[in-house]
Structures are given as C-alpha cells and as structure tokens.
Design a protein around this ligand. Structure first.
Ligand code: NAD
Ligand code: UDP
Length: 313
C-alpha cells in the first residue's frame, strides 16, 4: 500500500508513520511543520519506502497513493487559536484538497476528526449519534466547526462520488512526542512538574476529560482504515478523570510537594467529556489497553529526556 499521512510529522501522525513503516508499507509523510517536527520521523529519512514532503494542505497536491490518512491540523487549543482563520482553512480547504486527491486517484481517505464536534456536550458520555453543542462564534469554533465541515465534506464526497471514507472522532490523546510547548493539559502538567513549577489548573479543575494513550489510538485508526465501517466512530479511552485528578497523578509521580494553582477557565471549555466506544468495540474489535496510570510513565520519560537535552544544549 502507498500511504499518504498528512500531519505525519506531528504527535499522532509520527506514531502512525512508525506503525505503517514497521508493517512494510510505503509512506509519504506530508507536513508544513507548524506543530510537527522533522525529528519525529528522522528515524525513517533515507529509507527506500519513506518520503517526506514539506507542503501545506491548503494548497492542492498531486500524488499517486492508495490511502490517505488525513491528520494535518493543529490539535492543541493554544496552537489552533494562534491563527484561527488559518485553522479553519486547514480543516476546510485541507480536507477539500485531500478529498479531491482521493477522488482523482481512487484512494481511501481517513479523516482525523475529533470529540470537539460534540462541543460542550449536554449528553454524557457521548455516543456517535449525539449531534453536539458547539458555539459557532467562540474561540474554539475555528477547530470545532472546521472539523464538523470536514466531516460533512467527507460524507458529501461519499454520496456524490462514491468515495471510500473513514471518519474517526478522536478523544484526548497523549503520549511521547508531544511538544513541551504544546499547551495541552498532559504535556503542560508534566513539563511544569519536571521544572518544579506549580501545576496550572484552569478553573477549579473539576472539568473532566478521558485520556487515550497514543499507541491505543493508532491501533484504532489502523483498524478503522482497514475495516469496512465508514464511521463516524469514537476512538478514545472511556476512563474519565477530573483535571485535578490528573494533576494529582502527575504530581504524585514526579514531585508530590508541588503546588496546584488555579487560572481562569478559557471560554467554552467543555465541562465533561467521555466517549461511548461500543461502536468501535463491535465494528473494529477495538478498545484501549493502556490506562492513564500506565501511559503517564513513558510520557513522563519522554519529557524528562527532552528537558535534559535542552538543559545540556
Ligand atoms: P499535532 O499538532 O501534533 O499534529 C498536527 C500535524 O499537522 C503537525 O505535524 C502540523 O505541523 C501539521 N499541520 C498543521 N497544519 C497543517 C497544514 N495546513 N498543512 C500541512 N500540515 C499541517 O496534533 P496531533 O495531536 O498529532 O493531532 C493529529 C490529528 O488528530 C489532528 O487532525 C487533530 O485534530 C486530531 N485529533 C487529535 C487529538 C489529540 O488528542 N491528540 C484529539 C482529537 C483529534
Ligand atoms: N487545562 C488545565 N491546565 C492546563 C492546560 C489545560 O487545567 O495547563 C484544562 C483545560 O482547560 C481543559 C482540559 O485541561 O479543561 C483539557 O485541555 P486540553 O487543552 O488538553 O484539551 P481540550 O480542552 O481540547 O480537551
């Protein structure tokens, strides 16, 4: 199989690239390096089955591929709010361009959508049938609505042109290769704790998230792409934690003496989030295997190494 992984130098994308390369497939990794790093895929540079292309998905591109894993889009609120108009363009034009490519070459396309399509949910936990509660004009809308229109485009291409699409609704995922300045909660807490700084709870920390380890997510994406279920399908770990509980877990592993400090809760921050994964279980035979308590350890080890490298540079 000739695979195109957009956003392949990013956090999730680079783990997916590893899995595809290890399976003996051909991989074209495409990225504009906004939040991705060449270092995440440097282990494959020079490999005969691997190619790396610097390209922005808002511009069309012609490539001969069989499968398109469309992940290109900043995922951390800090990064996607940095230039919200660009984020909306990435989701809309980027997905349009990838669907156009898909149609031209007859490739199957998997869209990395998100639990953010559920917004600040009034239904808990969230099944795929829930249509969401998204503020169309808030600071998260560029991302949330961007992914919603991306899903819409996928299904319209399927209806109009018979395209083979797969839509994954990914819930909060963490693991090695997140950037220290990523801004998402797991990386923030670990980096703060390793630097001996207080952990920043936004609001009182009673909001919840459900955290999936990256290896579990990648397994789910691969099963979705290879299977016959179009989706949308939730991929996430149903283990739900308050943000305060997460802070306590991180602190307990690194330095129990650290303080927790409260900072203002950002606008439209969802109060609670937990996936219903019955569909993934029945259609893909998939469920997460790594609980948060276990997945934090390799993630902490990754940041420890990164900070040590920074200190010695
Ligand atoms: P990430 O920011 O690490 O990776 C995104 C990658 O896309 C980066 O390498 C970035 O440089 C690249 N990119 C961004 N805009 C681009 C553009 N216009 N053209 C080309 N490349 C571009 O984020 P991630 O956590 O790896 O997320 C990957 C995908 O999964 C995203 O689509 C995200 O929306 C989705 N997702 C992730 C999570 C999560 O918790 N990690 C949750 C839900 C959905
Ligand atoms: N959060 C926090 N401290 C931080 C970063 C994030 O309390 O340093 C909170 C944030 O307000 C949200 C949750 O943690 O309620 C998850 O945030 P993240 O940005 O990781 O993901 P998302 O909000 O997109 O699910």
């Amino acid at each position: 199989m000739r695979n195109l992984v957009t956003g392949g130098a990013g956090f999730v994308g680079s783990h997916l690239v590893d899995r595809l390369m290890q399976a003996g497939e051909e991989v074209i990794c495409l990225d504009n390096y906004f939040t991705g790093r060449k270092a995440n895929v440097s282990q494959w540079l020079g490999h005969p089955r691997f190619e790396l292309i610097r390209h922005d998905v808002t511009d069309p591109i012609r490539l001969e591929v069989d499968r398109i894993w469309h992940l290109a889009c900043p995922a951390s609120p800090v990064h996607y709010q940095h230039n919200p108009i660009k984020t909306a363009k990435t989701s809309f034009l980027g997905t349009l361009n990838m669907l156009g490519l898909s149609r031209r070459v007859g490739a199957r396309l998997l869209l990395a959508s998100t639990s953010e399509v559920y917004g600040d949910p009034e239904v808990h936990p969230q099944p795929e049938s829930y249509r969401g509660c998204v503020n169309t004009i808030g600071i998260r809308s560029c991302y949330d609505e961007g992914k919603r229109i991306a899903e819409t485009l996928c299904f319209d291409y399927r209806r109009m042109h018979g395209l083979e699409i797969r839509v994954a609704r990914i819930f909060n995922t963490y693991g090695p290769r997140m950037l220290p300045n990523d801004g998402r909660v797991v990386s923030n807490f670990i980096v703060q704790a390793l630097r001996g700084e207080p952990l920043t709870l936004y609001g009182d920390g009673s909001q919840t998230r459900s955290f999936c380890y990256v290896d579990d997510l990648v397994e789910g994406l691969i099963r979705l792409m290879n299977g016959s279920h179009t989706g949308p399908i939730n991929l996430g770990n149903p283990g739900e934690f308050t943000i305060r509980q997460l802070a306590e877990l991180v602190k307990g592993r690194i330095n129990p003496a650290l303080e927790l400090i409260e900072k203002p809760l950002p606008q439209d921050d969802p109060l609670q989030r937990q996936p219903v994964i019955e569909l993934a279980k029945s259609e893909l035979g998939w469920q997460p295997t790594v609980p948060l308590q276990q997945g934090l350890d390799p993630t902490i080890a990754h940041f420890r190494e990164l900070l040590a490298q920074e200190a010695s540079a």
